[in-house]
Design a protein around this ligand. Sequence first.
Ligand SMILES: [Zn+2]
Length: 141
Amino acid sequence: MNGFKQWMYNLRYKLSQFMIGRYGMDEFNKFLGFFAFILIVIGMFLRVPGLDLLILLIIIYMYFRVFSKNISKRSDENRRYLGLTYKLRNSLFNSKKRLDDMKTHHIYKCPTCKQKIRVPRGKGRIEISCPKCNTKFIKNS
Ligand SMILES: [Zn+2]
């Protein structure tokens, strides 16, 4: 083995020894890295006071988590992060579904009882009868 390969091998070995019992990467750390990256990009275009410090703190926090030996606490944080983004992802998914639905359906309100009625679009003039109070009204769908 030549010198450089030996050196790389030793480095990798030392690193793996160093990482024994340490937490390492997770989804929350990936998010922190991504967030820091976004802030760095913003910092290239905008002068935001304290932004450099914030970026530094986020990166320090990320490395602190990577090298942390308190694995159960770190995975709790990760679980909490995943729980929060699950709600966010879900609401993004639902609003996309609602947008798709708006292309094919229209929501009308009953003039009498304000009941919302979902009607398919593109049927021309139609008579809608309210399922709640039986009021009939004409709409262009
Ligand atoms: Zn009604």
